[in-house]
Design a binder for this molecule. Structure first.
Ligand code: SF4
Ligand code: SF4
Length: 412
């Protein structure tokens, strides 16, 4: 049987519309009882979840940014899921994420994203994301130990992943599988970036994490997505969809199809498939369409069919074959495809967050005499942590002309 992804058209964050859309998604997947039944995934048996089992809502809270910036999961998506769970009797719910900036608490970040206010209204407390502990994972392929936030370490099979549809400089996209990185506690995230510096090795860490922490349901907020310089400094773009699945790899494969990105070029997709996290092959996935014009509700579509109806082939994402991946063999010609972070000096306010965030002991970015940062590209591992965390969108990614051409879809 094919892996199911449910997709609903939703053209605004109007409270009632979002709730109706998410209700339909949950129903399309069989309802909470079926979703939370005991099942096998990632080589483990996930226990059944009952109404008093602890559940963790894990939105993407990368940085303190208002909802219209499309950096974090929209508060109305959070509200709809929280309300539905409450209405169906689930009583023990917390929420949280470990933000990109380790100095900021989860609560403060959630406040800046509009999620705290909604959580307070619903009586959903923030979980323990302010401390962490080491968890061994001997069967891992990349990292045999993780320092997880305590809330997650206590309940690794009770997470509902509320991810955001965005681009990512290192992994091309951040959707369902990549959102697991916020389960890692504080500064340990930077240490992973320094240790696993290439897109491929970092993707293997994400795959390990998705086998250690196995969410019960993945819901992707794509009403307004982020394109371009994601995951924090890109541009909001209407995609008008919300998606849900029990399989994060199938969900990300659908996202790739919607934006006309070859999923075989997405390192997290390849690593997660190799590790058995989920199914990314398009012939094994079917998309249950809801509220899609001219399509009867519940009809199952192929990924090509759903992309034709709901996709955006001009979505700004890295489509070219990155030299750091399979084109490493290009040697000196790899420079033709080079990308690197770059300071937009007019926007920089000299806060120094980029320097703090650089995971290298011997920093590749330092404040210059004019209180604006300067790169040492000979040290830079191109992890883009600095770009992710700049609150002023003052770090862009400079691409060579060839890289720009290979990333574009030309509309004529
Ligand atoms: S580039 Fe961004 S993070 Fe770095 S100092 Fe300037 S404003 Fe702050
Ligand atoms: S300067 Fe930026 S991209 Fe380079 S290693 Fe440091 S954080 Fe990563």
């Amino acid at each position: 049987m094919k892996i199911k992804v449910a997709l609903v058209r939703c053209d605004s964050y109007d409270r009632d519309k979002v709730k109706a859309a998410i209700t339909k998604l949950i129903d399309a997947l069989g309802g909470f009882e079926a979703i939370f039944a005991e099942r096998k995934a990632c080589g483990v048996t996930l226990p059944a979840i009952s109404s008093d089992s602890p559940l963790i809502l894990k939105p993407n809270l990368l940085a303190k940014a208002p909802p219209e910036k499309a950096v974090a999961t929209h508060p109305e998506v959070f509200r709809a899921v929280g309300e539905l769970l409450r209405e169906r009797g689930y009583s023990s719910i917390t929420y949280g994420d470990s933000p990109g900036n380790p100095v900021l608490s989860t609560e403060k970040t959630a406040d800046g994203c509009g999620i705290k206010a909604v959580a307070d209204e619903l009586g959903i407390p923030v979980g323990d994301f302010g401390s962490g502990r080491e968890v061994e994972f001997p069967q891992a392929r990349a990292s045999k130990r993780f320092v997880l936030c305590n809330e997650i370490a206590d309940n690794p099979y009770g997470v509902i992943n509320l991810c955001k549809m965005k681009t990512h400089q290192l992994e091309r996209i951040t959707g369902a599988t990549k959102n697991s990185f916020g389960c890692v506690f504080g500064m340990n995230k930077a240490a992973f970036h320094a240790r696993f510096a290439t897109p491929e090795t970092f993707a293997r860490v994400i795959a390990d994490l998705n086998r250690l922490v196995v969410p019960r349901l993945h819901i992707m907020d794509g009403v307004v997505a982020m394109e371009g310089n994601g995951p924090a400094s890109g541009e909001p773009v209407e995609m008008n969809v919300i998606l849900a699945s029990l399989d994060p790899v199938a969900l990300d494969a659908t996202f790739c199809h919607l934006i006309d990105l070859n999923a075989d070029l997405v390192p997290t997709q390849l690593a997660c498939m190799e590790a058995g996290v989920g199914e990314g092959r398009e012939e094994e996935i079917s998309v249950i369409a809801i509220d899609v014009p001219m399509i009867p509700d519940g009809k199952e579509l192929t990924l090509d069919e759903v992309a034709a109806k709901c996709g955006n082939r001009y979505f700004d994402v890295q489509r070219g074959k990155d030299y750091r991946g399979r084109f490493r063999v290009l040697g000196p010609f790899a420079k033709l495809l080079e990308k690197k972070p770059h300071i937009v000096r007019g926007r920089c306010v000299g806060c120094g967050i980029c320097v703090e965030t650089c995971p290298l002991e011997d920093k590749a970015i330092l404040m210059g005499p004019d209180r604006k940062p300067v790169y040492d590209y000979s040290k830079c591992i191109k992890c883009y942590c600095c770009q992710e965390m700049c609150p002023e969108k003052a770090i862009s990614v400079k691409k060579s002309l060839v890289a720009r051409i290979s990333d574009r879809r030309w509309g004529v």
